[in-house]
Design a binder for this molecule. Structure first.
Ligand code: SIN
Ligand code: CO
Length: 484
């Protein structure tokens, strides 16, 4: 499908690979770069100050050990994958239309079989399929209804707060791509066009709930819910993505053709289209997905989905995997963001009183190389600095995200994370929207609960220390947390 800079020559290996990502329209670089709006930057700063106050007020002693999000392994797209897709059909209840259940229920049991995964437990799914082989689940979400109607699709596509793209197939196998906002979509009856709405979960509660069903994958890997609306015959062409994807049919029907890269396709892209469309594709399998059906594809599986009739909506759960070089770059920027220059008279600036006159002025002094090496090593040396930089980077709000300020959390109410809030933790820190806090003891336990369940019951809120409660109030005022 498409990448934003589809026609731009890649400047690095990572950038070139990133452009292969059809599903994600956005170039991944953005995802990990500080993306604070003026408002989020301001609120993060206030919160940091509040955190310091809390530390002083002894929020806890030492943080207890906690689950650490494991770094994702590099995808092995075509290796060791079977051509046959396991098809899981659940004994779907015939109870008729049913809205998507609320997300992360307290104590979600990852060992329990679920219809969402065709009767596999999340644990089994992760072991057998995740990053390994596709899974087709018939009636994964029986009775699902589209999270938005047609009019809302048009409204969101026209909004400059939503990342949208319009893909149209022209006669003669030509394709056109238009970046949003799109003031007016083609007529619903006109065939062969698709509009893609990225980050629907940030704008539509039902989409956020749907995305939350997949929180058996670490939050650090979860990206967003993209919605595609296609008229009859619409699609984005055969392509492959570098990320895992769950494709959920929410209305209409879509005919998917899939196959392994290296078997079904050479991976070569057509040079004459503004999208990442494969030059060759001989599918290995095909399925028609009906509302409620879901197809999971690991990275690197070629796929081509064409709307069978009109009003075809597919929600896709996308993931993020940082490129190693990109992550290192992001972390080093954060780790060295201390303002060395302000510490006059220290050893932080390069000095060379023993430099001799040189007849080879082009040669880089050995001593400068040693200084550079030390600078890099020093930056990662502080045992908690890297952890902090990683947590801050991973919880940085997405570009275009704004929070609406509110009031402090009223007594007796539950606290719920705003859909746009990213909250994670490690053994020593709590991270929220790009800010890091040290916490220990009961406060840490409760804050981790808030991060895991995205909700904290009033009874738990009441157990927070005064300092931690102040912090929660601050987050509620900033719009990061909502009363519930
Ligand atoms: C995808 O291929 O990843 C999604 C495309 C679509 O929903 O049309
Ligand atoms: Co795709």
């Amino acid at each position: 499908m498409t990448a934003k800079n589809a026609t731009t020559a890649p400047t690095s290996k990572a950038a070139a690979a990133a452009r292969q990502d059809a599903h994600r329209g956005a170039v991944p670089t953005k995802k990990l770069k500080p993306a604070q709006t003026e408002q989020t930057a301001k609120t993060a700063k206030t919160a940091k100050t509040a955190a310091e106050a809390i530390e002083a007020a002894e929020i806890g002693k030492v943080a207890e050990a906690a689950k650490t999000a494991k770094a994702a392994k590099a995808p092995q797209a075509t290796k060791a994958t079977k051509a046959t897709v396991a098809v899981k059909a659940t004994k779907a209840s015939k109870s008729g239309a049913r809205s998507v259940r609320p997300a992360q229920r307290p104590g979600l049991d990852i060992t329990q079989p679920t219809e969402l995964l065709g009767g596999l437990s999340p644990e089994q799914f992760m072991k057998r399929h995740w990053q390994k082989k596709p899974l087709l689940v018939r009636q994964a979400l029986p009775g699902i209804t589209a999270p938005v109607d047609r009019a809302t699709v048009a409204q969101l596509a026209a909004s400059d707060e939503v990342e949208s793209r319009l893909v149209t197939q022209q006669p003669g196998g030509r394709w056109s791509l238009r970046q949003g906002p799109i003031a007016k979509l083609p007529a619903w009856s006109k065939p062969q066009w698709t509009v893609l709405l990225q980050g629907l979960d940030l704008h539509v509660p039902a989409a956020h709930e749907l995305l939350s069903r997949f929180r058996f994958v670490p939050e650090a890997r979860l990206d967003d819910l993209m919605l595609s609306y296609a008229s009859e015959g619409g699609g984005v062409g055969p392509h492959f993505d570098s990320y895992d994807v769950f494709l959920i049919q929410v209305s209409g029907r879509r005919h998917w053709h899939i196959g392994r890269r290296g078997v079904a396709t050479s991976g070569e892209l057509r040079g004459d289209v503004p999208l990442k469309v494969l030059a060759d594709f001989t599918p290995e399998q095909d399925f028609i997905l009906e509302p409620g059906d879901m197809l999971y594809l690991p990275p690197g599986w070629a796929h081509d989905g064409v709307a069978v009739d009109g009003d075809c909506m597919t929600a896709s759960v996308g993931f993020r995997s940082p490129w190693r070089a990109e992550l290192a770059n992001e972390l080093l920027v954060r780790l060295t963001d201390e303002g060395d220059e302000s510490t006059a008279g220290s050893d932080r600036m390069y000095v060379d009183p023993l430099q001799e006159a040189t007849s080879a002025p082009g040669l880089i002094p050995e001593q400068l190389l040693a200084f550079a090496r030390e600078a890099v090593l020093k930056a990662v040396h502080d045992p908690l600095a890297l952890e902090r930089a990683l947590g801050e980077a991973l919880t940085e709000p997405k570009p275009r995200v704004f929070f609406e300020p509110g009031d402090a959390l009223p007594e007796g109410l539950n606290a719920r994370l705003d859909a746009r809030t990213r909250m994670m933790y490690d053994a020593a820190h709590i991270f929220i929207n790009g800010a890091a806090f040290r916490a220990g003891g009961r406060d840490a336990t409760l804050m981790k609960r808030l991060a895991d369940q995205r909700r904290l019951l009033a009874a738990d809120v009441a157990r927070l220390s005064e300092g931690a409660r102040d912090l929660l109030d601050q987050w509620t005022e900033d719009g990061w947390v909502q009363p519930d």
